[in-house]
Design a protein around this ligand. Structure first.
Ligand code: SF4
Ligand code: SF4
Length: 227
């Protein structure tokens, strides 16, 4: 998912046909080195941490940038491409098998407003469009194995909507504390032993983390509302 503004983007029909093949051997790798910051879901951060063995604290300090959603104030973690993605190793993605959805989908994008939609930049300089290879949004997504990442993004957006409905106190510290409950994959979900969490799939741990955070939200909110 990208933080780029929607006005440069065109919504795509359900199974859009387009000409594209990634030509990474000969291109300038602009998908990893230029453009808007790439937003990662906590599931994707957890996947990267499990794959690389890099703790959340170190990912936060050395690999990702923290910002806030302009609408909800919710903490966001992004990859800054302008400064060079820290996972880019020469011309290879060092986390290719767990790369986030936004990287899998490029040159397409996925946006959420009233629902999810796939989009394409109107003017996209990626040379893969010149490959002459016929593709379609459905085939491309299958090739890039996006299903799991798509579904985890959908769960994540539903979670944020639910958290907003319950009420997020209007204090940035509260949002950060609440946000850390879902982002900090160095800790097991509340009530779960670390060794039990280590045996579970990343998806299961992510779902448990969100469920525990939603349960904790009213209690945390009451504490912060008193301050
Ligand atoms: S998606 Fe485009 S810019 Fe990125 S490596 Fe492939 S051809 Fe190059
Ligand atoms: S995570 Fe991998 S694919 Fe995504 S921007 Fe970084 S190097 Fe490129």
């Amino acid at each position: 998912m990208s933080t780029q503004t929607a006005d440069s983007l065109r919504s795509l029909p359900e199974n859009h046909e387009f000409t594209f093949r990634c030509t990474s051997d000969t291109c300038d790798m602009r998908c990893c080195t230029t453009g808007h910051p790439l937003v990662l879901s906590p599931f994707e951060i957890q996947k990267i941490s499990a794959f690389t063995g890099i703790s959340f604290d170190r990912l936060e300090d050395d690999y990702l940038e923290e910002s806030h959603d302009p609408n909800t104030g919710f903490p966001l973690f992004t990859i800054n491409r302008e400064r060079g993605c820290r996972f880019l190793n020469s011309r290879n993605c060092s986390i290719y098998s767990v790369r986030p959805l936004v990287c899998r989908l490029f040159p397409l994008g996925k946006l959420y407003d009233s629902g999810f939609r796939y989009v394409l930049l109107d003017e996209n300089p990626c040379t893969g469009f010149e490959s002459g290879v016929n593709n379609s949004t459905r085939r491309f997504r299958a090739e890039q194995s996006t299903d799991l990442y798509d579904s985890m993004w959908e769960i994540w957006v539903s979670f944020i909507n639910e958290a907003e409905e319950i009420g997020m106190a209007d204090k940035s510290l509260f949002r950060s504390v609440f946000g850390m409950l879902v982002y900090n994959c160095d800790l097991p979900p509340p009530g779960i032993q670390p060794e039990d969490a280590a045996r579970m799939s990343t998806e299961a741990v992510f779902r448990m983390r969100l469920a525990a955070a939603i349960e904790a939200l009213p209690r945390l909110k009451a504490i912060f509302d008193k301050k």
